[in-house]
Design a protein around this ligand. Structure first.
Ligand code: MRU
Length: 366
């Protein structure tokens, strides 16, 4: 996607061919800063501290983190250590495990001397596939937006509510939940996005809003609690969100607060869609609520709000000094609340049967 007229991805190889550049997402929307990763430790920190975030981008960064780790040491014992270091960074997004397992499967049978160059090729392939996948999600999802626009008699914009950031910054390019929005916009379908601010880290306010401003797409930022009210008043035509892990049953695990939006959508008969690449499906999980590990993050993220003050990014404490906080980072939306899943292979019901119809071979992986 373009940033001030220059095309960017969220991660790329530096000109020297081995270091890895990322956009430091902790600084957006106030500063556009490119950070350079040279070691496995730096890649792990970038994932853990959320300089990069979003399930597909975490997977892509882990793949390049693998390359950086192998440059340091490429023997057999090291492969397992690198994998453990990366997988431990964030527990919920299954793409992290998926990317690391894919790297391990390709690299383990190779002699030590061939590992580094092959690792870079595989990491690049993961990134390229992610772009193609998300573009296809955009195409399938835009079809849904077009149908809604037709039903509205081609009057007014299609109003989409989204939660967190599942835009191009959460992937290598295009995004998942926002890919249909970008595609519909470029196809000339008028769209307007309700952007949940997404406390506590405000990925909606910081990242989704920034992406939409950059793309010139009509939107409004809303507090997390406003969605239900807007749905009751017919202001939302469709919800589209991303997912960090999709159970084989069609349950989806996404940023905390997604479940409440799905409940409100269900109550108001607003279609609730989840956009995902196949790499997000965990065929081993049959019950999302009990089986998906939910990341608990630092309570400071809840107690301190970060923003721009006097041209500096600062934190402001919003609760009494002695108040403790809980910070579960994700929740699970049961499949029964999900209207459909938008994948790179098409749209399907949120169910094992629906997913198996699109991914017949993958189901056997479970
Ligand atoms: O904690 P984050 O910012 O990594 O959470 C990201 C999300 O919840 C996204 O919705 C999800 O990863 C899907 S991204 C395409």
């Amino acid at each position: 996607m373009d940033v001030n007229g220059t095309p960017y991805r969220s991660i790329w190889l530096a000109k020297n061919g081995w270091q890895v550049d990322i956009i430091d997402q902790t600084r957006l929307p106030h500063e556009f800063v490119v950070a350079r990763l040279s070691t496995l430790a730096q890649a792990a920190t970038a994932i853990r501290d959320m300089l990069v975030r979003g399930a597909p981008l975490i997977g892509a960064t882990a793949a390049y983190g693998f390359c950086l780790g192998l440059r340091e040491k490429a023997d057999d014992a090291e492969l397992g250590k690198i994998a453990d270091t990366l997988v431990d960074c964030r527990p919920t997004a299954v793409n992290l495990r998926w990317a690391v397992q894919r790297m391990l499967a390709v690299l383990t049978p190779l002699p030590r001397s061939a590992r580094v160059s092959t690792a870079y090729k595989e990491a690049a392939a993961i990134c390229e596939e992610d772009v193609v996948t998300n573009k296809a999600i955009g195409r399938h999802g835009a079809g849904l937006l077009q149908d809604i626009w037709k039903k509205k008699g081609q009057h007014g914009p299609v109003n989409i509510l989204t939660h967190c950031n599942a835009g191009w910054l959460a992937t290598v390019d295009w995004g998942t939940a926002l890919a249909p929005v970008f595609r519909a916009h470029s196809d000339g379908i008028p769209v307007h996005v309700w952007v949940d601010e997404t406390r506590p880290r405000n990925q909606g306010a910081h990242l989704t809003a920034w992406e939409l401003v950059s793309a010139g797409i009509d939107h409004h930022l809303i507090v997390d609690n406003a969605g239900g009210h807007l749905m009751q008043h017919g202001e939302v035509d469709i919800c589209i969100v991303g997912t960090d892990r999709t159970a084989a049953s069609g349950d989806v695990c996404n940023k905390i607060g997604t479940y409440l939006k799905a409940l409100a959508a269900f109550d108001n008969k607003v279609p609730f869609y989840v956009a995902l690449p196949g790499s997000t499906i965990d065929w081993q999980v049959t019950n999302g609520v009990g089986e998906i590990p939910i990341e608990e993050r630092d309570s400071e993220e809840v107690l301190v709000v970060r923003g721009l003050h006097d041209d500096k990014i600062e934190g402001v404490r919003i609760a009494p000094a002695d108040t403790p906080a809980g910070n579960p980072a994700f929740d699970v939306t049961p499949a029964r609340l999900v209207t459909g899943l938008i994948t790179e292979r098409g749209v399907c019901p949120a169910s094992r049967r629906g997913l198996s119809s699109l991914y017949p071979k993958r189901e056997n992986d479970a």
